[in-house]
Design a protein around this ligand. Structure first.
Ligand SMILES: NC(=O)c1ccc[n+]([C@@H]2O[C@H](COP(=O)([O-])OP(=O)(O)OC[C@H]3O[C@@H](n4cnc5c(N)ncnc54)[C@H](OP(=O)(O)O)[C@@H]3O)[C@@H](O)[C@H]2O)c1
Length: 327
């Protein structure tokens, strides 16, 4: 059996629970590809998985990592969208923090021209999440106002750029001046420091209402998010950093004829993920090719230093994506 280096957290815990282990190299089955991983994106979900709070779905490797970029080195039967030697990025159910990763071919895409492997690793998870939640679920169109919480996050930096490219007005929240400045540089029209007070009060004072809210806080922001909605507004919850429950003011929601939705990417079927990737590539890749949108990368950190990468993300010292470099 050929082995490879990979990172998992056999015993849940802090960043030092991450272990660099020698494990069996995976093999691609029908419809799958084997990627020689150059870089792997670090997501907040990986931190939760390491802590034991977000176990991999049944049948999925316990090697961490929901996305990677690299070179296709083997294809299973029936793969036609990518070929040996292609430089690709991939959405993974797990297994990205490793020298090799297997991906369902439907969730693999050739890297847009001009993007390097480090940018490639930070692309898939953010692009698919933003495209599917802001444009598909949220239905953002030109002239809409989008409110993005955590505007300087991996997700937030992609959301600002894609929404501006679509002709929307973008409002963000973040917790430091440096992060607010980054959001403005990326095109945000209004950037609010959530530490300065209730963002919904601030929006009220400015008479700004959101047609779509992309929310990562969950429970703690449910009230102010609903208060910030425009008539017919859509609140799309994709994270629960502020808790899993909160009080929903139905009268407020009804007065706005609003919608509250929550979605998750990882739990979706292979077919659904492939569908989302296909549509994301069709809509987002041309913008990447033209340089209108680019992944924002905080740092590339060697795979063996994954604990340091997790510390950066946990302490929110990063802007954009933290990426592990593998080869
Ligand atoms: N449902 C899905 O399918 C899906 C997919 C991908 C990601 N997600 C979720 O999306 C979120 C972002 O993911 P990521 O990987 O981009 O994480 P990330 O880069 O670590 O971003 C987290 C952000 O949260 C911000 N934040 C913390 N407290 C805040 C508050 N009270 N108000 C506003 N912002 C606050 C932090 O900024 P400050 O330093 O300014 O506090 C930080 O930028 C995570 O919760 C993740 O689980 C969901």
């Amino acid at each position: 059996v050929t082995t490879m280096k990979a990172i998992s957290a056999p015993e849940p815990g802090g960043p030092d629970a991450l272990r660099l282990l020698e494990v069996d190299r995976p093999e691609p089955g029908p419809g799958e590809v084997l990627i020689a991983v150059h870089t792997a994106g670090v997501n907040r979900a990986d931190v939760y998985q390491r802590m034991g709070l977000y176990p991999p779905p049944p049948g999925v490797t316990d090697v961490l990592g929901l996305e990677c970029a690299g070179e296709v080195v083997a294809c299973g039967a029936g793969v036609s969208n990518v070929a040996l030697g292609d430089r690709v990025c991939a959405l993974l159910p797990g297994g990205g923090y490793a020298e090799y990763a297997v991906a369902d071919a439907g969730t693999v895409a050739v890297l847009p021209g001009g993007l390097d492997m480090v940018q490639g690793a930070g692309l898939m998870e953010a692009a698919v999440t933003v495209w599917s939640n802001v444009f598909w679920v949220g239905g953002l169109t030109e002239g809409d106002t989008l409110l993005v919480h955590g505007g300087a996050s991996g997700i937030g930096t992609m959301a600002i750029q894609l929404a501006k490219a679509a002709g929307a007005r973008v409002v963000v929240t973040a917790g430091s001046q440096a992060k607010l400045d980054t959001c403005r540089d990326l095109g945000a029209d209004l950037a609010l420091n959530y530490r300065d007070g209730d963002f919904a009060d601030a929006l009220d004072r400015l008479d700004v209402r959101a047609d779509i809210v992309l929310d990562i806080m969950g429970g703690s922001y449910l009230g102010p998010n609903v208060r910030s909605l425009a008539t017919g507004g859509r609140l799309v919850v994709i994270g629960m950093q502020g808790g899993t429950s909160g009080e929903l003011d139905l009268a407020g929601l009804m007065a706005r004829r609003g919608t509250v939705t929550a979605t998750s990417l990882r739990a979706r079927s292979r077919a659904e993920k492939a569908h989302l990737v296909t549509h994301t590539v069709a809509h987002v890749w041309p913008l990447l090719e033209r340089g209108v949108v680019a992944p924002v990368i905080h740092a590339g950190i060697p795979l063996a230093d994954a604990a340091r990468a997790h510390r950066v993300v946990e302490e929110s010292r990063h802007v954009g994506k933290v990426v592990l470099t593998v080869r």
